[in-house]
Design a protein around this ligand. Structure first.
Ligand SMILES: [Zn+2]
Length: 68
């Protein structure tokens, strides 16, 4: 895995969650549950069996980083 290329793609490429939610074919994921504001789906490259990702449907950046 090329970490530099991966980081660059994550910073400049399309947001994979937005692409997945708009139905872009290369970004399909298996949806487990969803409501109006959130979606839970299986990780396509899970590090553990059954790993689930949960995301807000609204595009939010730096959600993990705290406020400055
Ligand atoms: Zn997004």
């Amino acid at each position: 895995m090329d970490l530099g290329a991966c980081t660059e793609r994550a910073r400049t490429g399309p947001c994979f969650i937005c692409a997945f939610l708009s139905g872009y074919p290369d970004y399909e994921h298996h949806v487990i549950a969803q409501d109006d504001e959130h979606v839970a789906f299986l990780d396509r490259w899970p590090t553990l069996p059954g790993k689930v990702l949960i995301a807000p449907k609204q595009h939010i950046e730096h959600a993990v980083r705290g406020p400055h």
